[in-house]
Design a protein around this ligand. Structure first.
Ligand code: CIZ
Ligand code: SF4
Length: 366
């Protein structure tokens, strides 16, 4: 490691073109020691340098299966943690900007989840009656919590299979942090809305009565993704008045009302595959992050397919946006100098327990 890592400020005055050229050169010089992962929500100027693109789990698994020593994750913090957990010990996971978090993931933390578990113990023995289930959009210590309490992780692709498994273990599920993914998945499995209660982590006993907890099948953490809350059912109605032939497809982080009005609901991979495999020339209204929607539009417009964003307001994942080309270049040029900057390391006990919950998910996923 050289004495002084290159400062990110060194790139502030550099032109966009020069930054792009230097990323290409640094990537070539690092060769197969490096793999760059690009999440679907990543902005174009960064995304174009990705060796692999995908959702968080697909990306982490392809990195672990690669020869690369350095895994540079153009995504958000929890994704780089998953990459560190599932990769080999000699591989190094790097997040180009440490401020790239996920506001939804931050709505649940170990302190408030452990407090919920203690409070639930006043009503019923949680380790006997409740399976904790966390969305992959959560910190590694929450995945570890699920690992040591007989629980599991899910992604938006496998949430249904994982939820079935969770109910085979115990009769109730505590689902965090995204209430919408929990509710939309539970409802699609015929769990009535009345059997799903919301746990408000700012209130004692989640703002619920013991009777409500005893009756509930699912206890949904009061978390949400602000990007996906932007989508409104009225917008779908207005759009369909203008273009009645529209097919509506939404991510399950969107509200219940939006998902109910959608023809298809599924993860980013599902959205991409559904549009790709449909008859060319269709018109789509898509409820997920703007960078992905714009990319789909660009990709399929030559077939006469129209892909529209489900809002008149520009809304992107602002934390994902932080991984700009200059932070990618900063990381790569430091690697060339022998400096590892922004390494993401999950402590070993936590990683082991988190892996337990991730492996349970992989075992039950189709
Ligand atoms: O797991 C992911 O990558 C996220 C955040 C969403 C999705 O549906 O793929
Ligand atoms: Fe988190 Fe929402 Fe961004 Fe996804 S789009 S990473 S859930 S803030």
């Amino acid at each position: 490691m050289s004495a002084n890592p290159i400062d990110v400020q060194d790139f502030i005055t550099m032109s966009d073109v020069a930054i792009q050229e230097r990323i290409v050169a640094a990537k070539a010089a690092l060769g197969d020691r490096l793999i760059i992962l690009g999440h679907h929500y990543q902005r174009e100027e960064t995304f174009r340098h990705a060796d692999v693109s995908g959702d968080s789990l697909k990306l982490s698994r392809s990195a672990a299966n690669s020869k690369a020593e350095y895994i540079v994750f153009c995504g958000v913090h929890f994704m780089a943690e998953v990459a560190d957990i599932v990769s080999r010990p000699e591989q190094v996971a790097i997040l180009p900007d440490l401020a790239a978090g996920c506001s939804m993931a931050d709505m649940a933390n170990l302190a408030n989840v452990e407090r919920a578990w203690r409070e639930l113990a006043d009503v019923l023995a949680p380790d006997e009656h409740i399976t904790p289930m966390t969305y992959i959009n959560s910190a590694a210590d929450l995945k570890a919590f699920c690992g040591r309490h007989g629980g599991i992780v899910c992604t938006s692709t496998n949430a249904r299979h994982v939820l079935e498994w969770a109910f085979e273990q115990r009769e109730k599920v505590l689902f965090f942090p995204d209430q919408h993914l929990g509710r939309n998945t539970g409802f699609s499995m015929d769990i009535p809305l009345d059997d799903m209660v919301v746990w408000d982590y700012d209130l004692p006993l989640g703002g619920l009565t013991p009777a409500q907890i005893k009756k509930a099948k699912m206890i949904l953490w009061k978390g949400f993704c602000s990007v996906h809350q932007l989508f409104r059912p009225e917008y779908i109605d207005e759009f369909k008045k203008k273009y009645p032939e529209t097919k509506v497809i939404s991510h399950p982080e969107s509200s219940f009302e939006v998902c109910q009005k959608s023809d298809y609901v599924g993860s980013t991979e599902y959205i991409i595959n559904t549009i790709r495999d449909a008859e060319p020339g269709a018109r789509w209204l898509v409820g997920t992050e703007l960078n992905l929607v714009n990319r789909l539009h660009e990709q399929f417009k030559h077939e006469g397919t129209n892909v529209h964003f489900m809002s008149g307001t520009v809304s992107m994942c602002s934390t994902m946006f932080r991984i700009g080309p200059s932070s990618l270049l900063w990381v790569l040029e430091n690697l060339l100098e022998g400096n590892v900057v922004n390494r993401i390391t999950v402590p070993s006990v936590e990683a082991e327990q988190a892996l337990l919950a991730l492996n349970r998910m992989l075992d039950v996923s189709p």
